[in-house]
Design a protein around this ligand. Sequence first.
Ligand code: ADP
Ligand code: ZN
Ligand code: ZN
Length: 816
Amino acid sequence: MHFIEVILPLSLAKTFTYRISEAEYHFIKKGMRVAVPFGKSKIYTGLVLDVHENAPTLYEAKEIHQILDEKPIATEIQIKHWLWVADYYMCGIGDVYRGAFPSGLLLESETIISHKPDVAVNDSELSDDEFLIYEALQHQSSLKVQEIASILNRKNILPILQKLIAKDIIFLEEEIKETYKPKLVRYVRLHSKYESGSGLEELLMVLKNANKQKEIVLTYFQISASEKKPITVKKLIEASNAGSAVVKSLIEKEIFEEYFLQQDRVLFKGEKSENELKLSEAQENAFNEIKDKFTQKEVCLLHGVTSSGKTEIYIKLIEEYLQTGRQVLYLLPEIALTTQLVFRLRLYFGDKVAVFHSKYSNNERVEVWKQTLENLPKAQIVIGARSALFLPFNDLGLLIVDEEHEQTFKQTDPAPRFHARDAAIVLANFHKAKVLLGSATPSIETYFNAQTDKYGLVTLSERYKNVRLPEVVLVDLKDKHFRKRMTGHFSDFLIEEIAEALSLGEQVILFQNRRGYSPVMECLRCGHVPHCQQCDVSLTYHKHKNQLRCHYCGYSIAKPTNCHNCSSIDMTTKGFGTEQIEQELLTLFPKAKTARMDQDTTRGKFGFEKIIDNFKNREIDILVGTQMLAKGLDFENVSLVGIMNADNMLHHPDFRAFERSFQMMTQVAGRAGRSEKQGKAVIQTYNPNHNTIQQVTNHNYIGMYKEQLYDRQIYKYPPYFRIIKLTLKHREYDKLKEGSMWMYKVLSQNLNLPVLGPEEPAINRIRNEYIRAILIKIPQNMPLGSTKKTIQKMLNSFETVAQYRAIKLTVNVDFY
Ligand code: ADP
Ligand code: ZN
Ligand code: ZN
């Protein structure tokens, strides 16, 4: 008898055994999909992990319904990598499988199918079954797979559905249909008739009697002489004080011609870099060093300051790897950034660039999946966020992890809670590929690995074209408040700087980190924030208990009535957000065009891209935003960055607070002065002498690194200790409290390790569930495998305690 071992797309650690016939046995290979029954009446798409002869001992193996693929759709290395992810991050292999596959390839009985309202379908092109399904969906806008199965009165319908999906006739209801087209900008240039040397004279003759038109033409010549870059209609109208009707008539007269460009495709710098990229000397050196490191090391960190042109170095490196015919994976921290990058890469690599991300339609994702699997030229370079790591690569040669310090590389929910950077390094190892990590502000862990010679390190400390790093100016909020030099949240100094930038036609970015919904107490007079005595993190205000608590050890005090530092009773917990800043700008700079970029304004599909486009097109003068602004965006006309309040970042209750503050401020400041003249960053703070703020001011990454590393050692955090976080959730407060205490006790008795908690997080109830967390700290040099086994055993016995069974427990390895 023959059996297969199947992964189901469910949150289960186990695989399941199904029986197959002799004929199926000769056909089935590892990595093919099969439709299988599960439970009473469910059908799932499973993945074949193995073919064998061993009947299961605990249950009777069911037969499969159907084989869904003609050849494997997942590769052996890929599955090996998934198994590593499941093992390392302590989750089910089914979780990884489910997260990896585009949902269109994972049809199951509960999947809801809809038809496309406005596709013209030629009946004759459909098989009888296809037509029946199509017809059923004309009457009902959506149906479950199992409902369709009963309409057709057969169980093997997944392949038919798949065909209809591929034909774009039906789709999964969960799908997002909108696609984004970057905005086109209208430009004018002189008609080619007048391009010769005597063009201007000739023109002035033609326009002898048309003064307004003459003025515009003169303005055009002025602008193009001084700026040497494409001229937008908008700019021309502004500069010449003429109406758009005049420009229109000049176009009709064939004196100007209009043309449209995607903002991203414009080479503002006037350089002909199409296909010909020339590295600066510093870039060239870094490039050669990287290649040199790769002869000895699998991983190399490129520590290059903001705007040093890391992307250009990646491009050169990709170019070399492409010649070997191997595949390249380029990981970004945020899918919203792909639009920008894809345009940049397509300039050099044309249609060899494929994009894989969740906002793309299912069919597009399936297409990239297949191209990657077959190692087609079209997907030789794959760009994507962390999920692109799970594609069926055939022969990876190079992986690039840009902005490697970004925490978005770590998935928090749902499982697999993996870190894409770390999982990328493991994947590279399987492929014998190289990994380049890039950042202006590397994570402490990565820099530590580079310092200890695990990774190669290449440093690029000058900006492209030798533009100087932004000058960082600190504004002491305590002093400004005292001297009444504040208007709302703006100091007089910041207001002046904004006014100056605007008067020069330059753009401004204002940053307000609003991430902490759990506010801290802060003294309005001296800026003091109460800290935990044992953990070196700030205490968080818990409103309903009127307490300040430490999120790491549980230490708590009653909410103080006056400041422990200066005794002032002027204590506040009120944070302020981007919205308030935008409001204040309306009164301060009524003429400026402002926009806000945060989770509220970018929630809509492609909201982020739209704002970026508008800002690049200079339709926005001042952009106010949260940490999204810190993510490697390249704007050429921003001369000023204002950080409204550095302190709330510093006081985030997190052992990474200082590291993150440094990264955030350095990255946001790095958006200033990227093209020619040195930019400026104004940081408003109550703590101008805080080490981290001083380190930002002096562009002193190494200083930050050393200081943080010291703290990490003392307080037992990464890179010296690995952290596993257990989160427990339940609707009943007391049951959860009891259950987490049980878990905590068992863990601390069985592990000879620091176990902290069970701690109540700041937001201790989400969607009616209470939450508790337990942290386990494991020394870096201790074998992880056996510790995890012990933890897993404890988790298993927790599940067997009847009264705790309903408590949901999640495990987050290398919690970020
Ligand atoms: P980083 O990622 O290091 O912050 P970018 O790669 O975004 O920097 O480069 C900053 C700017 O300088 C970009 O607009 C980029 O096009 C430009 N640039 C960098 N290197 C070159 C080069 N060798 N040739 C042309 N332009 C370059
Ligand atoms: Zn005080
Ligand atoms: Zn504490």
